[in-house]
Design a protein around this ligand. Structure first.
Ligand SMILES: *Cc1c(COP(=O)(O)O)cnc(C)c1O
Length: 388
């Protein structure tokens, strides 16, 4: 029996371990110098003015929504084809959620469906305050069109780029802020680079940046210029709003810095694997990811869709046959509106048909920087056999 292959995993080398060990020997395990160093490196890499490192992408989405002013009575729209956190952040703020279906080819939020829904919402007086497009599998949605709609209908764009650290969109780095007011990254171990748990919000807006920093750490400031009263003395700080403890530790930031040094290696390996999958899987009854973004996507996921009319098996059969053969396939994503929590808020099957059809056909194949050529060939051979 050959060993099993996961769908994703981290890549940690001796340089990463040395970076974390150096922090353990230092004076600061948290709130030390590794945090601003990581933030500066991330912002520089993405050509953004500011980056705020936090405990995970879920907390990043929460404070991004809070900084955007989202609150009770407001509306946030996102795509059903995402992890639940992209919608939950609205609920943390007491706001309502609605969804926009995905594009049939990119599997990202459909900008045309967004425009139609916005025109209707304007008529009924229920426009969203925030829209969260997701850079699904590592490629951005049609951000040009979404940004134009943001200017016309006056909403904020928070790009959930949890899958897309290091990706580019139309030649520009994801996170640079050309098409989003804020961009969120995740550094969970299955993502492109990891800090164990971790996330970040990038922005070019100084006011948003200050607000994000405050919300990350209890709403507390030690900056005299931002205080409402006279300082009582050198110990004095003020809590000026209700914030959280969403800080990243220095151990994590040091790991993140070391991983950023390796980002280009990770990306080129993922792109090579994506290009090779396209060759290995050619001619099978599958819809493969669009190839034109090969060099722009970060290839967090490699998702194929089964052509169910052309095979004898069900989607579930193929999935189970792969798992039984030790191939750690997965499914990204169960449409968020079909989760029991969201059904209780009134969502029902049939509302977002493209996402639901996608869910009936999609399988995520193993994709990570340390996946070997041999292991990838085994994935392709197993899939070929499972479809026969
Ligand atoms: C992983 C992920 C998140 C949440 O990231 P955490 O860092 O685990 O909180 C949010 N959105 C998307 C699209 C993700 O893939």
């Amino acid at each position: 029996m050959s060993t099993s292959i996961p769908y994703g995993r981290q890549s940690i080398d001796e340089s990463d371990i040395a970076a974390v060990t150096r922090v353990l020997h230092s004076d600061w395990l948290t709130q030390g110098p590794a945090i601003p160093a990581f933030e500066a490196a991330l912002a520089a890499r993405c050509e953004a003015k500011y980056a705020v490192a936090v405990s995970n992408a879920t907390s990043a989405l929460h404070i991004a929504c809070t900084a955007a002013g989202l609150g009770p009575g407001d509306l946030l729209w996102t795509t059903p084809n995402t992890f639940v956190a992209s919608a939950n952040c609205a609920r943390y703020c007491g706001a309502d959620v609605d969804f926009v279906d995905i594009d049939r080819n990119t599997w990202c939020l459909d900008a045309n469906a967004l425009e139609r829904k916005l025109v209707e919402a304007e008529r009924s007086g229920r426009l969203p305050k925030v829209v969260i497009p997701v850079a699904f599998a590592g490629r951005s949605a049609d951000m040009h069109a979404i940004k134009r709609l943001a200017d016309r209908f006056d909403f904020l764009v928070i790009e959930d780029a949890s899958h897309a650290v290091g990706a580019r969109y139309c030649g520009r780095p994801v996170g640079c802020g050309d098409h989003a007011h804020m961009t969120v990254f995740s550094f969970h171990p299955v993502k492109i680079v990891t800090t164990g748990e971790g996330g970040a919000v990038l922005t070019n807006d100084a006011t948003l940046h200050e607000r994000l920093r405050s919300l990350r750490s209890h709403g507390i400031t030690r900056d005299v210029s931002r205080m409402e009263s006279e300082s009582d003395g050198p110990w004095y700080y003020e809590m000026t709003e209700l914030g959280y403890n969403y800080r990243m530790t220095d151990l994590q930031a040091a790991l993140g810095l070391s991983q950023l040094d390796r980002l280009d290696t990770f990306l080129s390996r993922r792109r090579a694997l994506a290009a090779r999958y396209a060759v290995l899987l050619e001619g099978l009854p599958l819809v493969l990811p669009e190839y034109d973004v090969l060099d722009e996507s970060a290839w967090h996921l490699y998702v194929v869709r089964l052509k169910l009319d052309a095979i004898r098996f069900t989607h579930r059969d193929v999935f189970e046959r792969m798992r039984q053969a030790g191939i750690g396939v997965n499914l990204h994503y169960i449409p968020v509106h079909l989760q029991p929590y969201y059904r209780r808020l009134g969502f029902r099957p049939g509302q977002f048909p493209e996402s639901e059809q996608y869910y009936r056909e999609a399988i995520s194949l193993p994709m990570y920087a340390a996946l070997s050529d041999d292991a990838q060939a085994r994935v392709a051979d197993t899939l070929k056999a499972a479809l026969r």
